[in-house]
Design a protein around this ligand. Structure first.
Ligand SMILES: C[C@H](O)[C@H](O)[C@@H](O)C(=O)CO
Ligand SMILES: [Mn+2]
Length: 417
């Protein structure tokens, strides 16, 4: 059967449950995913004095074709975007500044260093998000930045974050959509600390200084990203979930939850509804931890579907800012973006094709038999036929046909780098 025939049959099954598939498509099209540029070059960036990746994160693999210039990275992103349905955003880090080969210190970065990115985003109808880069730098070598005992080092990073918010506001003004500026720092200790409080007091003070200047949320929205541990900060991370949840609540910032930053049995899907009771919005880095915060490419697993369900059933599509965060250098990097982003969109579509209101009603009635039975049966409803039709209608390759395009791009472009 053709995509259209499969779709018509599947659509009727969902319509029996009162699900209007055309309305689902109309809604899904409006949800942007923030696609992280750093999957394309293994979190290297383009600084004139480029440093080794550090900060307790790591990229493994050496697949051919890594982007080494802004043009290559933008071309690769364009290729991936052509295979992903919808209009999305690209998430940049400060190390992706373009400085004409000159060394520009991070606390000296300006909007002009991102002009090419803004012009490119305008040309492709993209939003931009941003991150100050507080790793891969000599002033982060102690494993401390905003919480460092040395005021000079703290001041350098505070200045860098202040400069980053100005760059983000420039993006927002130029593109007409607010930039999410997310602060993640690697600060922590390898072994058991004798004082957990003092570094946290310093971090709080540094953040207060960074956010002192109010920036209109039409242009810039601030987020703070927690972590559980990193390589070299196994015993203690200054910016823990509790620290940032408290800081975000008290200072009206977004708390950013990275799905790789919690204990293996902890799931971010279970946190979303609780946090949205107290915060207008929250942000996500959707990743896939395997044994540790390994930043594997996102797959359509139970947790990803549950995240989609929590966002959809709590009517939070405009409250949860969905970003991706994985960096796998063992496979074609354009394929990595395509797989991870298509899966994130699939999880939202899956959730929108579940009779969530009826299932809530069953729970309220204490009818847990029907609730479980139907939640399980919906897992094998013809969601794939709807997804295929959505891709066809959105003008992107259906099913695995996108892979052929990536392979040709690898042969014609990536393999020649
Ligand atoms: C490159 C990102 O800033 C980084 O992955 C951060 O978001 C993180 O999750 C660190 O573990
Ligand atoms: Mn992250």
């Amino acid at each position: 059967m053709s995509v259209n025939e499969n779709y018509q049959q599947a659509k009727q099954m969902y319509e029996k449950w009162g699900i209007n598939v055309e309305e689902v498509f109309a809604k899904l099209k409006t949800v942007p995913i923030s696609i992280h540029c750093w999957q394309g070059d293994d979190v290297a960036g383009f600084e004139a004095d480029q440093k080794e990746l550090s900060g307790g994160i790591d990229v493994t693999g050496n697949y051919l074709g890594k982007a080494t210039t802004p043009e290559e990275l933008r071309n690769d992103l364009e290729k991936a975007l052509s295979l992903i349905p919808g209009k999305h955003r690209v998430n940049l880090h400060a190390i992706y500044a373009e400085t004409d080969g000159k060394v520009v210190e991070r606390d000296e970065l300006e909007p002009k260093h991102f002009e090419n990115w803004v012009n490119w985003a305008k040309e492709h109808g993209l939003g931009l998000d941003f991150n100050p880069t507080l790793f891969s730098h000599p002033k982060a070598d102690d494993g401390l930045t905003l919480a460092h005992p040395d005021k000079e080092i703290r001041d350098f990073w505070i200045k860098h974050c202040i400069a980053s918010r100005k760059i983000a506001a420039y993006f927002g003004k130029e593109l007409g959509t607010p930039t999410l500026t997310n602060v993640w720092i690697p600060d922590g200790y390898k072994d058991i600390p004798s004082d957990r409080l003092t570094p946290r007091k310093r971090l709080k003070d540094s953040l207060d200084k960074i956010f002192a200047e109010k920036i209109d949320e039409k242009y810039n929205i601030d987020a703070v990203e927690s972590k559980l541990f990193g390589i070299g900060s196994e015993a203690y991370v200054v910016g823990s979930h509790e620290f940032y949840m408290g800081y975000a609540l008290k200072n009206d910032k977004l708390c950013l939850l990275d799905t790789g930053h919690y204990h293996p049995t902890e799931v971010v899907s279970n946190k979303i509804s609780a946090m949205l009771l107290y915060s207008e919005k929250l942000a996500l880095h959707v990743s896939r931890p395997v044994r540790w915060d390994s930043d594997h490419v996102v797959i359509l697993d139970d947790e990803l579907k549950e995240i989609g369900l929590e966002i959809v059933r709590n009517d939070a599509l405009d409250k949860v800012m969905i970003g991706l965060d994985f960096f796998d250098a063992s496979i074609n990097r354009v394929a990595a973006w395509t797989i991870g982003t298509r899966n994130m969109i699939k999880s939202l579509l899956y959730a929108m094709l579940v009779p969530n209101d009826y299932l809530k009603q069953l729970q309220e009635e204490g009818n847990f038999t029907d609730r479980l039975a139907l939640m399980e049966e919906f897992k094998t409803y013809p969601f794939g036929a709807i997804w295929d039709y959505y891709c066809q209608e959105m003008g992107v390759p259906v099913r695995e046909s996108w892979l052929e395009e990536v392979k040709s791009y690898e042969k014609d472009v990536l393999s020649k780098r």
